[in-house]
Design a protein around this ligand. Structure first.
Ligand code: HEC
Ligand code: HEC
Length: 433
């Protein structure tokens, strides 16, 4: 907006206000005008020529391209979008592309969609990001408003400038931080119950005394805080997913105070690893199209405090991974359930002829039971069929994503249980002959 326009506006405003107050003195009107002109003069002295669209573009928009830190978008988007994606080489190119993409509203510049993107705030913001966001917003607002009035820009053609994100919408969605948290809940948080006795601050006083506060990597009832912490401490290593301590410690590949808690390829390992690999790929911006994205799990599951024990396991299976899947008897159909209701997998302790593990309850994703599994993981009392699989070929060691199937089946049996919770109340059954 030129000084002349501003001055005209100011005087129009004054005369309108003046006339509504009924014939004020001419002298007063003149003095108001003089003051307005003086103010405008001093303003233009502070910010010389910051009013042409091109100056605004050069002074306030292009510097965003050079900014070392990520834009405010990164507060909600892990990757896939950045404000830099919306800035082209020249002012004309940028304006035309944003206008044609419907992101700039030439008629109502202040209501441009791009400004709404920038204005978006998460529930919990930080001072730093608030400041960055405000700067970005003010810069784009000033430039869009000035540019929308510039007839040369109004005539600008898009050419081959292709501004905006360069990845599929599905990828943008997948890399949103709320989606990342949902995946953390599904894959990791649902299983940390296996680690809670020694790593949750409500239960690990003894470990803290011996090893320091850092053993409390679980933040009580705070999955987002836990994830943030795992990332800052490097327990999740996005640069080398497989080497993450979250995998190396419980498998005892790096000596672990808690001993062997997971084996490579067991269900919990698979889920932890899937989350970390996915996080690493997302944060590095490796996904481009919907086809690159990993498959969602077909099952919902959550670890319980219900223990299951097999006695009399032949010692020849020592150290091999044994998986039990439980199917529930259905009185109505007089048949076993189609889908498993619970599962557990762990190494056999050959010397003790023993296998025991906390069960995870399971349900097909999107089934009515899936919600119960997430909210209140329990197992109803009744009659069950246990199917047992053992990884005798050691295939999970070679490929952690392998699954045990028909070829690994060793037997099945029926039994009844009330499924009381707690290590001291575990359901114990004899291994089938
Ligand atoms: C407060 C969190 C938040 C911030 C900050 C944020 N976004 Fe988003 N973004 C979302 C959500 C949530 C969606 C999902 C769809 C929706 O609600 O429109 C989304 C979707 C999108 C999409 C998908 C297409 C569409 O039209 O919805 C794009 C592109 C996008 N955001 C770009 C940006 C850019 C660029 C920035 C930074 C200038 C940004 N976002 C900042 C939360 C945010
Ligand atoms: C019986 C107790 C116990 C259980 C259960 C246990 N841990 Fe540990 N863990 C420890 C102790 C003690 C330490 C500290 C000594 C060390 O670093 O090995 C530790 C250390 C760790 C560390 C390193 C923390 C750091 O910042 O240095 C990670 C990661 C870890 N455990 C992961 C796990 C995971 C994942 C599980 C569950 C699958 C688990 N632990 C279950 C006892 C346990």
């Amino acid at each position: 907006m030129g000084n002349a326009t501003l001055a005209r506006r100011a005087s129009e405003g004054n005369s309108r206000r003046a006339s509504s107050r009924n014939s004020p003195s001419l002298a007063r009107r003149a003095s108001v005008l003089v003051i307005a002109v003086l103010i405008l003069h001093s303003l233009s002295a502070i910010a010389p020529a910051a009013d042409s669209a091109l100056d605004l573009f050069r002074q306030r928009i292009t510097p965003i391209l050079q900014a070392k830190n990520p834009s405010s978008c990164s507060e909600c988007h892990l990757s896939g979008v950045d404000l830099k994606d919306y800035i082209g080489k020249t002012q004309e190119e940028t304006f035309a592309a944003l206008r044609d993409a419907g992101l700039v509203d030439v008629k109502k510049p202040a209501q441009s969609k791009l400004l709404a993107f920038i204005a978006r705030k998460p529930a919990k913001t930080s001072l730093v990001s608030d400041k960055v966001r405000q700067q970005e917003y003010d810069a784009f607002k000033a430039w869009i408003e000035a540019a929308s009035k510039d007839p040369k820009l109004a005539a600008a053609k898009t050419g081959d400038a292709n501004l905006g994100p360069s990845v599929d919408d599905e990828v943008i969605r997948h890399a949103r931080k709320d989606q990342v948290l949902a995946s953390f809940l599904d894959n990791v948080w649902s299983e940390v119950g296996r680690c809670a006795a020694c790593h949750s601050p409500d239960r690990n006083q003894k470990q803290v005394k011996e090893h320091g506060a850092k053993v409390s990597w679980i933040k009580l009832r705070d999955p987002q805080g836990t994830l943030d912490d795992l990332l800052t401490t490097g327990i999740i290593d996005a640069e080398a997913p497989e080497q993450s301590l979250l995998l190396m410690k419980p498998t005892n590949q790096v000596k672990h105070g808690g001993g062997v808690k997971l084996v490579i390829g067991d269900q919990t390992y698979k889920q932890f690893r899937a989350f970390i690999e996915d996080y690493a790929a997302s944060s590095a911006g490796k996904y481009k199209t919907a086809k690159d994205l990993p498959q969602e799990r077909v099952e919902a599951s959550a670890v319980t405090d219900i223990w299951f024990k097999l006695e009399g396991v032949p010692p020849k299976f020592d150290q091999q991974l044994l998986q039990v899947d439980l199917y529930r008897w259905d009185e109505k159909t007089k048949n076993w359930s189609q889908d498993r209701w619970a599962t557990g997998d762990r190494q056999v302790f050959g010397k003790g002829q023993l296998w025991q593990q906390h069960l995870s309850v399971t349900a097909p994703r999107n089934s009515s039971r899936a919600k119960e599994v997430a909210e209140k993981p329990t197992l109803p009392a009744g009659k069950y069929l246990a199917k047992i699989y053992i990884d005798q070929a050691g295939k999970l060691q070679k490929d952690y994503q392998a699954v045990l199937g028909e070829g690994d089946f060793v037997g099945q049996f029926e039994f009844d249980s009330k499924w009381p919770a707690g290590y001291g109340a575990m359901t114990s059954v004899r291994f089938p002959k």
